[in-house]
Design a protein around this ligand. Sequence first.
Ligand code: ATP
Length: 362
Amino acid sequence: MSQLELRNLRKEFTGGGEDIVAVDDVDLTLDDGEFLVLVGPSGCGKSTTLRMIAGLESVTAGDVVIDGESVRELEPRERDIAMVFQNYALYPHMTTRENIGFGLKMTSDLDSAERNRQVEDVAESLGIEELLDDYPKELSGGQQQRVALGRAIIRDPEVFLMDEPLSNLDAKLRTQMRTELKALQDDLGVTTVYVTHDQTEAMTMGDRIAILNHGELQQVGTPLECYHQPANKFVAGFIGAPSMNFLDASVEGNRLRHSLFDYELSSTTADVVDGHDRVTMGIRPEDIRVVDEADVDNPVAADVHLVEPLGDISHVTLNVGEQQFTAVVPGGQAFERGEHVTLQFPEDDLHLFDADSGQALK
Ligand code: ATP
């Protein structure tokens, strides 16, 4: 069992007379074997959180607990944690075999035959057994990252911490390594915290994702929960590509009013917005229907600004009054630049947020 708990974890930095709250009372529990992706924009506190778990950064308040025991006062090497970084940090003068086996040599009293056997097992699980006698400079980026993973795996830690481990790889290799890394973690069953700023990586890899903004945890859930039921406008805009479209409207009884449209809500949805003067409407690009007749329920007038054909689908940028919306439409649907169209936002797919707090209402 390796359960990892972050209990009201906080980090303040003092510099230039100003205090920065980099991590703001983050409370989070990972189950044994869980793959949790910590995701958020640059500067939101992801790396600082990871470094506090590893013991590379001191904790201002709160605690890091592994299997019920606080590790807050332990040195990094006393914590049963292995970390994989973006820059592989391999020893240049060591072969793959020596790089992978180095940690074992330092921390265990295995004889060299047993150490070699374990190195070879790990190399085989990563598909790099042919590279055991090569030096880092002879390896591609993807191969170097596998060696770095091997070095972490061979220690058989309670917890893996990974800080953007795939970001130095080209797009194609990154996609391939995502799948491999996820399958490997699944096989090993080691509790893992994986940091990235890339929401696609978070969606495709995480058992759950934890979304941070300005050091504050915004939502923790499965990728699909965060996509379908975002807790607030920030999560709604961060998860999903292209991003969700937003538009503010005033609430008048069971209607959402905007200078360009007048949207009639069902009584169930009208109850949800009751008591709010203004709401932010959110609609995902893939949920917008673009039609050429105006005679539909709750029409929204728009002009086509740009069409980007991607084959099976097209991304269409639309001018809706002063704002630009993106819609994802079937590739066969043809549009001209400047064409007047009508948009439909099906009520089932409509997200509604309080316009001031951004908290999700629907
Ligand atoms: P990125 O994706 O760009 O690496 P991040 O989400 O990992 O960003 P952190 O590196 O954890 O963010 O930084 C969080 C905040 O703490 C930022 O405002 C950063 O400027 C600040 N910060 C980080 N390290 C220090 C430090 N040693 N001293 C002062 N401020 C720091």
